[in-house]
Design a protein around this ligand. Structure first.
Ligand SMILES: C[S@@+](CC[C@H](N)C(=O)[O-])C[C@H]1O[C@@H](n2cnc3c(N)ncnc32)[C@H](O)[C@@H]1O
Length: 288
């Protein structure tokens, strides 16, 4: 059994929307975006959004949720993702390493089938939506393993069908060019011009504390159940070196320096405002 955090703290799209609208921010960039549901919410309200992350599956999901304006997965296309297709050869042991540890034999087989089918999809938009939909299957299974009596038993392909069809409601055109990129925060900030930088950086020793679902989904997307996500972060600013306070402070300092060009962000600016909608949420907003 894996240790699932009680809650996964995620930024609320509505909160960000309020913060943007109150200041006339029309194009924020989030260089540590994670799963960009919050950027999708801003996009829905006409804001041009940009994001980046080091993990590939977040970026792929962003191609469906942020960049994509029109493409959905229709019923026949969902069927091509969730079921084993006649005539296609599937490696049936790709995720066998997870069998009995995290998942059942049947679930591992489906993870392999979905991996192959999603990689065969025709557009980046559809691929991103399928990844985001199936991510909810992963979460459902892991929760179900932990609380067997609390969630209904649904066959894998039906569950996948349900969650992928749900992605249709996230597809929206806001008439803007919205972007996501895979890369270090500095690369994202160097390439995107935006009104504001939204920074939710990794916490201390974040690579060791990464939510197991997140590395697992990267491993699934890459087809490597042994993938070591820590390695992806190791040479980066927040990898390995941030165990002590000064190192972490330096890392955050590097982010602020990289964000320097945006009108809203940096703490040494003349106007620094604190917005605390509740005891757990605090936003420091710095502007010129
Ligand atoms: C705190 S989480 C993102 C939170 C996200 N905004 C949310 O609300 O869910 C930090 C993210 O930064 C990414 N990350 C870590 N180091 C990075 C780096 N050097 N450059 C870009 N992204 C990085 C991680 O993969 C992770 O998705």
């Amino acid at each position: 059994m894996i240790d699932l955090p009680v809650t996964t703290r995620r930024v609320s799209g509505t909160r960000l929307l309020d913060l943007c609208q109150a200041r006339g921010i029309a194009s924020p960039v989030d260089p540590f975006m994670g799963l960009p549901m919050h950027l999708n919410a801003l996009k829905r309200h006409g804001i041009a959004v940009h994001g980046g992350d080091l993990l590939e599956w977040f970026v792929r999901a962003g191609e469906g949720l942020v960049v994509n304006d029109f493409t959905i997965l229709r019923e026949s296309e969902v069927a091509e993702v969730v079921e084993m297709l006649p005539g296609r050869i599937y490696p049936n042991d790709l995720f066998r390493a997870w069998e009995g540890v995290f998942f059942s034999e049947d679930q591992c087989r489906y993870l392999g089938v979905w991996h192959a089918n999603v990689h065969a999809l025709r557009s980046d938009g559809q691929t991103g939506l399928a990844i985001a939909g199936l991510w909810h299957v992963l979460c459902h299974w892991l929760l179900k393993a932990r609380y067997p009596d609390d969630l209904v038993d649904v066959p894998p392909s039906e569950l996948a069908w349900h969650y992928i069809r749900e992605t249709e409601r996230w597809v929206i055109d806001n008439g803007k060019r919205n972007t996501v990129r895979r890369g270090d925060f500095a690369a994202t900030l160097g390439r995107v011009r935006a009104d504001a930088v939204y920074i939710a950086p990794p916490g201390r020793i974040s690579s060791a504390k990464i939510d197991p679902r997140v590395w697992m989904w990267e491993a699934w997307w890459q087809g490597d159940p042994y993938l070591n996500v820590e390695r992806l972060y190791r040479d980066k600013v927040f990898g390995g070196r941030t165990h002590d306070d000064p190192a972490y402070d330096r890392a955050v300092g590097e982010v602020l320096a990289a964000a320097e060009a945006a009108p809203y962000v940096e703490a040494s600016r003349p106007r620094v405002e604190t917005v605390s909608p509740n005891a757990d949420e605090h936003y420091l907003i710095a502007s010129r």
